[in-house]
Design a protein around this ligand. Sequence first.
Ligand code: NAD
Ligand code: TYD
Length: 358
Amino acid sequence: MIVTGGAGFIGTNFVRHALKNTDYRVVVLDKLTYAGSLLNLKQVENHERYAFEQADIADLDAIEDIYQRYQPDRVVNFAAETHVDRSIDGPEPFVRTNLVGTWVMLEAARRYLRDKNEDEASAFRLLHVSTDEVYGDLDETGLFHETTPYAPSSPYSASKAGADHMVHAYHRTYGLNTIITNCSNNYGPFQFPEKLIPVVILNALEAKDLRIYGDGSNIRDWLYVEDHCSGILKALENGRPGRNYNIGGRNERTNLQIIDRICKLLEKHRPAAENPAMQARGLKQYADLKTFVEDRPGHDLRYAIDADRIREELGWEPKHNFDSGIEHTVKWYLDNLDWCKDIQEEKNYNRERLGTGK
Ligand code: NAD
Ligand code: TYD
């Protein structure tokens, strides 16, 4: 199995999940951009069924060579530029990796399967990991279904939507056995600290402002990363080629609710009253750090997923509820501050505000 983007947040969680729950040899193919690091794969680097290849999914020659050398019967495409804010500041790598890169993964698969017999070609699966953001946003009511028309808002979601269309085209035109999963916002261990949950945890610990875009009423539907990984594996093994599967756990929260919950959990596990950084700012509780800032341009209002298809067709169920998942996540960051420090140093990243488009 080839796992592109396996050195990123969801990819590294999926690699562990696949090594634990299957017999596949897992080859991580990753460019190691700012979001991907071998620090995320340390725990599996000596596993006998694990291998690593540094490559760019937009490089057709390199990808063809990797298909030839590893002869995969499964490909899971996580590799992507994933941060909406960065896509607002600079869309180009999003077009290149998400759109061109996904095309390359499909085209390399098509060429590789030309030399295979019918049985091998029909056993092959390429699962493309996508997002619910391709559907655009919702107002107060309603859910995203697999039949909801695509209406992406940001350069990120537009590049993911384009990639999904290309995946469908390769299924329909060439009969390539593809599957797409569209998942809601993930949280959990190893998420790069540019995304809402880890950036709030780390800024709070250092008594830095907790930036709330707009009025904090935007809603996301949160899923613990391990539940996303189990859904992907189910869809990969039992999903129907040509189909999309939505994945989500019906955990809708406003951004303000998320930030308040993180503050409460930090008070429980690392009280502000005992935190020298908070004392130095003369602040008593983490919630005092909440700061409303200029909104993100084009900010999607609400995401909410109907995951009935993957539940009913494939028997997938999330195992984690939001309360335990978020507490586990906060504790993971507290227990892994060395990882947080190392990854930010390696990537020269200091949690600055991104995505104003200026
Ligand atoms: P991430 O940003 O943490 O990791 C992305 C990984 O892809 C990194 O390891 C990076 O080095 C690699 N990569 C980037 N460009 C590459 C290229 N050109 N060639 C090879 N490797 C490259 O992302 P994530 O949050 O783990 O998301 C993984 C996938 O899941 C993405 O496709 C994303 O769109 C999708 N997704 C994410 C979420 C979420 O909440 N994080 C939700 C739904 C879907
Ligand atoms: P993010 O984690 O970037 O994911 P996405 O944009 O893909 O949903 O952001 C989640 C929500 O949190 C989104 O509505 C933007 C908001 N947000 C903040 O209010 N402050 C922040 O510092 C960040 C990073 C995000």
